[in-house]
Design a protein around this ligand. Sequence first.
Ligand SMILES: Nc1ncnc2c1ncn2[C@@H]1O[C@H](COP(=O)(O)OP(=O)(O)OP(=O)(O)O)[C@@H](O)[C@H]1O
Ligand SMILES: Nc1ccn([C@H]2C[C@H](O)[C@@H](COP(=O)(O)O)O2)c(=O)n1
Ligand SMILES: [Mg+2]
Length: 251
Amino acid sequence: MWRRATTQSSITSLSASASLFKKPINIISHTFTSTPTPTPTPIPFHPQETDGIPPKHISRFITFVLGGPGSGKGTQCAKIVETFGFKHLSAGDLLRREIVSDTKYGSMILTTIKEGRIVPSEVTVKLILREIQSSDNLKFLIDGFPRSEENRIAFEQIIGAEPNIVLFFDCPEQEMVKRVLSRNQGRIDDNIDTIKKRLKVFEALNRPVIDHYAKKGKVHKINAVGTEDQIFEQVRPVFAAFEQDADLKAV
Ligand SMILES: Nc1ncnc2c1ncn2[C@@H]1O[C@H](COP(=O)(O)OP(=O)(O)OP(=O)(O)O)[C@@H](O)[C@H]1O
Ligand SMILES: Nc1ccn([C@H]2C[C@H](O)[C@@H](COP(=O)(O)O)O2)c(=O)n1
Ligand SMILES: [Mg+2]
């Protein structure tokens, strides 16, 4: 029988996970406000539990994966997926998909990414929530999001709750620049001019998000210098601890 998290991890309390996603999210009808407030929007609650299968609005486990450009978020997410079976949602990849598909947001996103700026939360949150709702998985890595307080507040407003944990890949700027310039994936923002802007945006807009969650005891800071495997050995115990919990095992 499905049950909600009741145990305490030695690293971070799972009390947040018990309340996370209890409510279904109607992203189609939700109206985004231009000046979001931290007060969660009331969303109708229609529990449906059958045959012990968890209803989709219960106990989703959300990890925000943060760090500067090239700090290794995507690389480590791939390892977490392989080892712990999470669904990886890269905000940057979702936005780039819009450019390639030439949707109504495509050209705006292209310009914004080229300039190293942040796409309005209305667009990014919608893309992320669509993926969450259509996934059978209940464990998510949301990579590169929230990039700003605006992103964070928009997400929390729609969901009505916070992430369970936040991974922060801490990497010196020099190392990030070196990695991005040798990434070779044809990304339009992997050039020195855009990287300088992205680093400034990271410090100005993303740091406050990390500080916000650090004050709440949710941040797991990872030293992002070393080999990929060495870094994953710091990441592994974070999720191994949570695997003891019924919520993560049941998925
Ligand atoms: N520990 C590491 N040591 C050296 N290079 C690494 C390491 N981890 C990742 N890389 C390489 O650095 C580059 C950037 O890594 P990755 O794409 O994972 O970063 P990211 O944080 O997702 O960046 P972005 O925010 O720009 O998407 C890639 O080419 C990757 O192969
Ligand atoms: N929450 C987000 C995430 C990404 N973007 C834009 C701006 C970034 O420079 C670009 C690439 O993201 P990455 O793949 O490096 O995570 O995408 C955004 O506006 N908002
Ligand atoms: Mg990435």
